[in-house]
Design a protein around this ligand. Structure first.
Ligand code: FAD
Ligand code: NAD
Length: 469
């Protein structure tokens, strides 16, 4: 293993490992330093992948328990949580091993240990395990891709057993009788759904008066109604002020956000999911003068370079949408620019998906954002109750809404609640990327009977000519 590189990447999440693959493809001498034994970062180890594995398994369980009978299928259903968790771990293992294979294939040196930027052009790696010697590596460029961690809530101390972050909530050894989720964001609604489906009484406590803040207002409201109907309890406009753990469970103290009497609530397990913050602990960036924002995000220019030449940063650690696909695209573009090519990311065309059932998917501007910016738009909306495939599937909660510029008809945003909403949004992302209009989308032939027909109908609806409603 040589110790002089074209690029060293610190952190092997979706940002870092994709940057490493691309650097390898471009013939750059590349190393990736990761402190976890397994590659793949938050996303593969304790994020996107294990959560989606459990969402799928718990969805099957709920379907078997409550929906099969509607299709004339009689089944006696019971839960084997150990197998469900084991399957999730196997999915994670297989995929992280796949990343190790990709490193080898692209001739990337994989170094296990904690990386510290000791100077521009120098990374010192402390391997985990006693007696192992530090390695000092020289390089032309460094990419910081160290990701993010769960934001703490003062007074509510995480032990990953009774008071958990998403990491603990992905590995609870038994289904809690009761669970309080603090924060009605993406993690809270996804993991709250998992444990409710498996039998827990789940209450979501949220500081604001809406779930999924930042999403289109109509989507937030309808999604809360749907989740309530499924059995999630919501306590809105409420501030958690402290937590006490005992063998018998956790006692939370909380008070109304806008003033009023404090109250307590007991639960077997509490999930803290109030957001994530950038992770740059012990990375040494302060010592070499890399600029960091008030909120701890590494500041970069349009080429992902920090104020120190040769030091770049990508992914969650630079802020913006904390999403795996955003980190991946930044990894690719950053390396291409470093190699003298050009690159660009259209941040208005990055989809966001919440993998509840039904799924929530969004791209571009919300109605609230367009109104605030004074942009005139036409909206087309189509409900899944009028989509024949959704009716065949018995899965017709939700709608597709497309927002298009009133003058040019260019698609400015799309918001979906619906079965496979996360897959359906992709065709709208593509149309936005190509600068297409609602009319363009409306004139594309869509297979019948199919869920994507709801997207076409919403596009037709922009000009007030949806067919099936
Ligand atoms: P990370 O994936 O966080 O990777 C950073 C890596 O750097 C880590 O492996 C860490 O160990 C390593 N590291 C840190 N410091 C050092 C150091 N000094 N030396 C060596 N290594 C270091 N996003 C989606 O798009 N879709 C989803 O469905 C989704 N689901 C999620 C579910 C959960 C429960 C969570 C928590 C997140 C989810 N996300 C999802 C967000 C997604 O995981 C992140 O946006 C993504 O992982 C960010 O990638 P990254 O490469 O920037 O950082
Ligand atoms: P989030 O920002 O999505 O939601 C946090 C919620 O907590 C918000 O509704 C906020 O108002 C609320 N909140 C904040 N402080 C609070 C307090 N003191 N008391 C009560 N409520 C409070 O954050 P998250 O759900 O923790 O997720 C973190 C990140 O991980 C997100 O940015 C998301 O991008 C990413 N993620 C993505 C996916 C996905 O793409 N499907 C899944 C999980 C996580």
């Amino acid at each position: 293993m040589s110790d002089t590189y074209d690029v060293i990447i610190i952190g092997a999440g979706p940002g870092g490992y994709v940057a490493a693959v691309r650097a390898g493809q471009l013939g750059l001498k590349t190393a990736i330093v990761e402190k976890r034994e397994k590659l793949g970062g938050t996303c593969l180890n304790v994020g996107c992948i294990p959560s989606k594995a459990l969402l799928q398994s718990s969805h099957h369980f709920e379907m078997a328990e409550h929906e099969f009978a509607n299709h004339g299928i009689k089944a006696q259903v019971s839960l084997d949580l150990k197998t469900m968790l084991g399957r999730k771990d196997k999915v994670v293992d297989d995929l992280t091993n796949g990343i190790a294979f990709l490193m080898k294939k692209n001739k990337v040196d994989h170094i296990v240990g904690t990386g510290v930027v000791t100077a521009a052009g120098e990374v010192t790696v402390s391997p985990s395990g006693k007696g192992k010697k530090k390695q000092v590596l020289k390089t032309k460029n460094i990419i910081v891709a160290t990701g993010s961690e769960s934001s703490p809530l003062p007074g509510v101390e995480v032990d990953e057993k009774q008071i958990v972050t998403s990491t603990g909530a992905l590995a609870l050894p038994k289904v809690p009788k009761s669970m309080v989720v603090i924060g009605a964001g993406v993690i809270g609604l996804e993991l709250g759904s998992v444990w409710r489906r498996l039998g827990a009484e789940v209450t979501v406590v949220e500081f604001l008066d809406v779930v999924l803040p930042g999403m289109d207002g109509e989507v937030s409201k309808q999604m809360q109604r749907i989740l309530k109907k499924q059995g999630l309890n919501f306590k809105m406009k409420t501030k958690v002020t402290g937590a006490k753990t005992a063998k018998s469970g956790v006692t939370l103290t909380m008070e109304p956000r806008d003033g009023g009497d404090a109250e307590t609530m007991k639960a077997d397990v509490v999930l803290v999911s109030i957001g994530r913050r950038p992770y740059i602990e012990s990375l040494g960036l302060d010592k070499i003068g890399v600029k960091v924002s008030d909120r701890g995000f590494v500041e970069v220019d349009a080429d992902f370079q920090t104020n120190v030449e040769g030091i770049y940063a990508i992914g969650d650690v630079i802020g913006g949408a904390m999403l795996a696909h955003k980190a991946e695209d930044e990894g690719m573009v950053c390396v291409e620019i470093m190699a003298g090519q050009t690159g660009h990311i259209d941040y208005d065309a990055i989809p966001g998906i919440v993998y509840t059932h039904p799924e929530v998917a969004s791209v571009g501007k919300t109605e609230e954002q367009l109104k605030e910016a004074g942009i005139k738009y036409n909206a087309g909306k189509f409900p899944f109750t009028a989509n024949s495939r959704a009716r065949c599937n018995g899965d017709s909660d939700g709608f597709v809404k497309i927002l298009a510029d009133a003058e040019t008809d260019a698609i400015l945003g799309c918001h979906i609640i619906g079965p496979q909403g996360g897959d359906l949004i992709q065709e709208v992302v593509n149309v936005i990327e190509f600068g297409g209009s609602a009319e363009d989308l409306a004139r594309i032939c869509h297979g019948h009977p199919g869920l994507p027909e709801a997207v076409k109908e919403a596009a037709l609806g922009v000009a007030g000519r949806a067919i099936h409603i």
